[in-house]
Design a protein around this ligand. Structure first.
Ligand SMILES: [Zn+2]
Length: 441
């Protein structure tokens, strides 16, 4: 049963931890998710169809936004008989959901305590404030753990998650083996601290952004430092081949690429054959569409269109992502029958060492922390090293500028020149996107 995840249940205490720490049945969900890894594709497709139909009917009956949309497109969810008809479900954009507002997009008839608020941060455009179903949160946590297991680590192996802003109020319990490490104001001196932290805690799995990990790996190579860990999980941005090589060498460890988003974590991940990313068809419907015609593409690059099959609180149905990818018709010889996707592009952010030895990790900046003040945001790293923060303020521009400057200064060393500029709007680039980070080259 645990062929692909390589589970070795080290400790009964971990069972207790997952069973009782929070509401929701982690243990049952985790085992169910692991069992899907050994199912034939046909069976997985059957589960996917059933979950899709249930979600479509739920959305039609309880979410005004989807009722209107389905009616306008002449789509009747009760007559949905096969995934072959899925392309007749209308696509949805982030802008549509944002413009419709929560009144129209939140599901009715769901208890208030099941709504967990969240937002898309990402590299492009304005954020979307949305709600996650608390049951989906449990599924996400299990999917992330399953990713760790697939990378060959055991439950209980110490793991570090690198984030600019680690979650507040997180306590590392007695049996908790997950550590959060802040990448805020990461300087050369902090590199040594970070490496000794990895050694001291016997960290076996590192979970972070490729750009950050590659920048650290590069510095380690310069200093002749090497470490040994079991696995590196890279995600949140595109993983370039050179970055993979750098990280692999520095940590003598296999690097696993994966794909996830705020709208759905743990969508896809590589297996140890690295033939592409296997996406979980029981939790999502991943499609790749032609940008203009919205025709479904296979073995051809297009935009990712995601359906989250588990978020009933605020459904995402045929939702267009800002990412580009290829969905493959071929199968992987590893035995895992989750379909394959690859070349997830569009999430190219940067982390770089500045001349003064500071690591500038753009991923750690969360300009929408104060979303009620901003209607748009873009950071430009100029050739001369100055950082220009372009903001579209809501309310008093001077006040907003000061607040943003204070926030950014938290992250940036005083030696870095910062210029906060209020603008009317953020113009789109050649591809029509408004990336949060632009590096002048
Ligand atoms: Zn595989």
């Amino acid at each position: 049963m645990f062929k692909h995840s390589g589970v070795r249940f080290k400790s009964f205490l971990h069972y207790l931890h997952f069973r009782f720490k929070r509401k929701g049945d982690y243990w049952r969900t985790l085992l169910e998710q692991i069992s899907y890894e050994n199912m034939p594709l046909e069976e997985l497709r059957r589960i996917q169809f059933e979950k899709t139909k249930r979600l479509l009917i739920h959305a039609y009956e309880n979410v005004p936004f989807y009722r209107k949309k389905f009616d306008a497109a002449g789509f009747n969810p009760y007559k949905f008989k096969s995934m072959k008809q899925y392309s007749s479900v209308p696509v949805t954009t982030k802008e549509e959901l944002r413009n419709a507002g929560h009144e129209q997009t939140k599901a009715k008839g769901i208890p208030a305590d099941r709504f967990v608020s969240d937002k898309t941060a990402g590299s492009t455009g304005k954020p979307l404030f949305f709600f996650k179903d608390s049951a989906f949160e449990v599924s996400e946590a299990c999917a992330l753990l399953r990713e760790h297991l697939r990378a060959g680590v055991s439950i209980g192996d110490p793991c570090v998650i690198l984030r600019g802003n680690p979650p507040k109020g997180l306590k590392q319990g007695l049996f908790h083996s997950t550590y959060f490490y802040s990448t805020k104001k990461f300087e050369e001196e902090k590199l040594l601290d970070f490496l000794s932290f990895l050694k001291q805690k016997r960290i076996q799995i590192i979970d972070g952004f490729p750009s950050f990990l590659a920048a650290v790996a590069k510095k380690m190579r310069e200093k002749g430092v090497k470490l040994k860990t079991k696995a590196i999980l890279a995600g949140g941005e595109m993983l370039f081949p050179e970055q993979r090589k750098l990280i692999q060498e520095a940590f003598s460890s296999e690097v696993f690429d994966r794909y996830g988003a705020a709208e759905g974590m743990g969508i896809a991940m590589e297996c140890n054959l690295h033939n592409g990313l296997h996406y979980d068809p029981t939790r999502f419907v991943v499609e790749v569409l032609d940008e203009k015609s919205h025709e479904t593409l296979v073995d051809k690059e297009g935009v990712v269109c995601l359906t989250n099959l588990e978020n009933y609180a605020m459904p995402f149905i045929r939702y267009l992502m800002n990412d580009r990818a290829v969905l493959h018709s071929g199968r992987c010889s590893c035995g895992l029958e989750f379909p394959l996707m690859s070349s997830v592009k569009g999430r190219v952010l940067d982390a770089l060492w500045t001349r003064s030895g500071k690591l500038l990790d753009f991923n750690m900046l969360d300009p929408y922390e104060h979303y009620d003040m901003l209607d748009g945001f873009q950071m430009v790293l100029r050739k001369d090293g100055t950082i220009e923060a372009r903001i579209v303020p809501l309310g008093n521009p001077e006040q907003v500028k000061r607040a943003v400057e204070k926030e950014l200064r938290e992250y940036l060393d005083s030696s870095i020149k910062l210029l906060v500029k209020a603008v009317d709007s953020i113009p789109p680039d050649r591809t029509g996107k408004r990336p949060c980070v632009v590096v002048e080259r």
